[in-house]
Design a protein around this ligand. Structure first.
Ligand code: NI
Length: 138
């Protein structure tokens, strides 16, 4: 555990009021916690931009009755071989499936994987959530 350092922040009262109301809505109990998370998010974003190894969670929703959709999704994932470290399939209801694909590698490669999944016809929704091992920031 790193040493905690305190520092002062000056900002306009209107901005602070908005910030306090935002973090209350998000469930933070204090400003320090909220500011720490904001800083970490920015640093993770930067790690994504600078091409360090990152982790991405791609979530897709599709109708499994649609012809040839499932094999297309599987073929595409096989193109990324060992970069995909886990995938999970959940049957949401009679028609719809949710698939969660977790991959690690360069940010560009993960974005490409998510982009190609999104582009498959019949995928109803595709989202990419990005993270890193947070080396040096948490
Ligand atoms: Ni299913």
């Amino acid at each position: 555990m790193s040493k905690l350092v305190r520092f002062g922040v000056s900002l306009e009262d209107g901005l602070l009021k908005k910030f306090d109301s935002l973090i209350r809505q998000k469930g933070y109990t204090n400003r320090s916690e909220a500011i720490r998370d904001l800083i970490r998010n920015e640093l993770v974003d930067q790690q994504w931009r600078t091409g360090e190894e990152v982790v991405g969670v791609v979530m897709i929703v599709y109708n499994h009755h649609q012809r040839q959709l499932q094999p297309k999704i599987t073929d595409l994932q096989h193109d990324y071989g060992s970069r995909i470290i886990s995938s999970q399939h959940i049957h949401l209801d009679h028609h719809n499936c949710l698939e969660v694909v977790i991959a690690r590698g360069k940010a560009g490669l993960i974005r490409e994987l998510a982009g190609r999944l999104k582009a498959i016809r019949g995928i109803k929704h595709c989202s990419l959530n990005m993270s890193t091992t947070a080396k040096g920031i948490a």
